[in-house]
Design a protein around this ligand. Structure first.
Ligand SMILES: [Zn+2]
Length: 294
């Protein structure tokens, strides 16, 4: 009996154990965070400020433009057209923008000016002006302005020359080592040019020219020649003078180079122009230059 009682107690305890295991439900699990969190001592400091968000980078800039040299512009003027159509055609075979200056009252004055205009070149009236007489100085030619003439006489003369070549953009001086020193005569000339909206190019045949002073008084736009390129008619000399003009243009930004309708001049220009263009020189008409108050 004792043995049986022990077996009964064993089974009762076993059943109780099974029941306990069956109905036991574990309590809710602690939140994940708390499970591993180690309690930290209360901090008296506030948490450090968050670093500012990294700025968004702007899109990459395009590469900077290639460094270019300062602009260097040369205005070529070919003076003394009007003697023949051939010389005009020879000059007009130059394939850059430039300016021609046509003497009035010669058999091919009108024709030369028209040829130049039709080929898109700029045309000036090349007004003969009285030189200081020297034994070997050439005559200034037809329509010359004489120093000491009355303003009316100068006005009439210039008006007649302008009506022969009515489509010119300006006027340049042919010779004039005396007339360009005559303030009264230059004032009369400049007043006509100002009324007609024309500019003046001084070929600087004397350092006593009054152009700057009188043009300032009248308010006339004017330019001054920098280099005569063909006083010596050899190709080497002409190229040297052109290189001088190039040097001036690089230093000052612009230069006026004046030549004449000689085959040597045209040939030297044709040899030099492509090199100058490749070296960054721009060829312009004289009216495109900045006026210089020298
Ligand atoms: Zn001339």
């Amino acid at each position: 009996m004792k043995k049986l009682g022990g077996i009964v107690i064993f089974f009762i305890l076993l059943s109780a154990g099974i029941l306990v295991l069956h109905f036991y439900k574990p309590g809710p699990e602690p939140p994940e965070g708390k499970k591993t969190a180690v309690p930290s001592p209360p901090s008296t400091k506030t948490s450090p400020p968050l670093p500012p968000p990294a700025p968004t980078l702007p899109p990459p800039l395009p590469p900077p433009p290639l460094k270019t040299e300062a602009p260097a512009r040369i205005a070529i003027i070919i003076d003394d057209l009007g003697f023949s159509a051939e010389s005009a055609r020879l000059v007009l075979s130059l394939e850059v923008p430039f300016t021609v200056s046509v003497l009035p009252f010669y058999p091919y004055s009108k024709k030369s000016a028209e040829l130049a205009r039709n080929s898109g070149k700029e045309v000036l009236l090349h007004i003969p002006m009285e030189p200081i007489n020297t034994p070997d100085e050439a005559q200034p030619g037809k329509g010359v302005l004489i120093s000491g003439s009355s303003p009316e006489e100068i006005g009439r003369q210039v008006g007649a020359e302008l009506s022969e070549l009515p489509f010119v953009s300006g006027v340049s001086s042919h010779m004039g080592s005396l007339f360009t020193t005559d303030s009264e005569g230059m004032r009369a000339l400049f007043q006509v040019l100002h009324q007609q909206g024309l500019f003046f190019v001084d070929n600087l045949t004397t350092n006593k020219t009054v152009t700057k002073k009188v043009a300032g008084e009248v308010g006339l736009k004017y330019f001054q020649r920098n280099v005569f390129i063909d006083n010596v008619l050899s190709r080497d000399s002409i190229i040297q003078q052109l290189e001088l003009a190039e040097k001036i243009a690089r230093r000052k930004g612009q230069a006026i180079a004046v030549g004449h309708p000689h085959p040597e001049t045209v040939s030297a220009l044709k040899a030099w122009i492509p090199k100058a263009k490749a070296a960054g020189i721009t060829f312009v008409r004289v009216s495109e230059l900045f006026e210089r108050k020298l």
